[in-house]
Design a protein around this ligand. Structure first.
Ligand code: KG4
Ligand code: ZN
Length: 347
């Protein structure tokens, strides 16, 4: 089955073709980062307009790369949420329009389920069950994954997501959007011994996260350095380092707990922040200590992309799911624990 995947939930237009026999055949992406950078964050209306401009040419590009005509597609999967509603609508309308014209099934996919299963696109893919740490700009969640659609939320952020915290810290440090990779880069030249930031919610049991206090702490530290006339490049790097250490340490502590609590030996790390090198190094080390194993998507599939949507769509379509053509789904808020296993899947 050849499935076209469409992702337009935020600031990346992603398209891919996944073949259930051949695997991922082609994928293409247009990032709007440069367009939003001058505003310091995503401007929803500009995002929708740009998806409208980019989507059809990207679909053509993917079909050309795959050497396929539209008529050779078997189904279409698109991101139905969560995300920016106007941006989601562009993907939903295109997917339903194509499905009607080609008379093929269409399915709305959950964006975070895409991130969660993105490591399945790799040669070294995890078997079920596993623990997944989902860390993106909008979500920080620990999930026990027993199969497709069989997810138990173990813990999540009660306020800011880890990626959001990185982006806000970047802003305080005068860096561009999205800040995660820039804070990580600046942190490389930071002195880890100079400042120590708190590890929120690690001193009590449980698997929830909170990053908003850390954000305030970061701002206070920057202001204090400023007041002393000491906020030079090195001090900025030291703040970035202390911030990154605190976020990474917090995530690692909770992953360790989740592995202990579930007794599982496989850890999947996905979503934009999973591109963070220090986080990966620390998790690798942690997994080695307990003869567990960590799995990640390749770099470009850590952040938003069409491949993960094509993959999840293909698995669910194979299991017999599809939506009524013309009934578009664009759901800004959609808790992942409301997802279900396809009814034909074994329990
Ligand atoms: O998954 P994603 O592309 O979009 C959402 O669904 O939110 O994640 C984007 C987030 C941004 O907050 C970005 O700053 C963060 O991932 N990010 C990073 C790194 N690369 C991207 N955070 C820390 N270190 C990185 N290397
Ligand atoms: Zn995402």
């Amino acid at each position: 089955m050849r499935v076209l995947g469409i992702e337009t939930s935020c600031d990346e237009t992603g398209v891919a073709l996944f073949d259930t026999e051949r695997g991922l055949v082609a994928d293409a992406l247009h990032s709007q980062i440069a367009m939003h950078a001058e505003y310091g964050g995503v401007v929803p209306e500009l995002a929708s307009r740009d998806h409208t401009r980019r989507l059809l040419p990207l679909i053509q590009q993917v079909l050309d790369e795959a050497g396929l005509g539209r008529g050779e597609l078997d189904a279409i999967a698109y991101t139905a949420g969560p995300g920016l509603v106007g941006a989601l609508m562009v993907g939903a309308a295109t997917a339903h329009g194509m499905a009607r014209a080609l008379d093929i099934p269409v399915l709305g996919v959950h964006h975070m389920e895409g991130h969660l299963l993105a490591p399945m696109l790799e040669e070294e893919r995890p078997d079920f069950p596993f623990v997944a740490l989902l860390v993106s700009g909008g979500h920080t969640q620990l999930v026990e994954v027993r199969g497709l659609g069989r997810y138990t939320l173990l813990g999540e952020s009660v306020d800011d997501a880890a990626g959001e915290a990185f982006d806000k810290a970047a802003k305080m440090l005068g860096l561009d959007y999205p800040g995660g990779p820039l804070v990580a880069k600046l942190a490389e030249s930071g002195d880890p011994a100079r400042l120590r930031f708190p590890r929120p919610m690690t001193d009590r049991p449980g698997l929830d996260f909170s990053f908003s206090g850390l954000k305030t702490h970061t701002l206070t530290a920057i202001r204090a350095l400023e007041a002393q006339g000491a906020l030079d490049d090195q001090a900025r790097a030291d703040v970035a380092r202390a911030f990154e250490e605190a976020v990474v340490d917090t995530l690692v502590i909770k992953c360790r707990r989740a592995l202990d609590q579930t007794g599982l030996k496989r850890l999947v790390v996905a979503g934009g922040v999973s591109a963070n090198v220090r986080l990966r190094e620390r998790l690798e080390h942690e997994c080695e200590k307990r003869s567990a194993r960590a799995y990640y998507p390749r770099g470009r599939f850590c952040t938003d992309n069409g491949a993960m949507i094509a993959y999840v769509g293909a698995q669910r379509l194979l299991a017999g799911e599809s939506d009524e053509i013309g009934v578009m789904k664009a759901v800004p808020r959609w808790p992942m624990d409301t997802l279900e296993a396809p009814s034909s899947a074994s329990a």
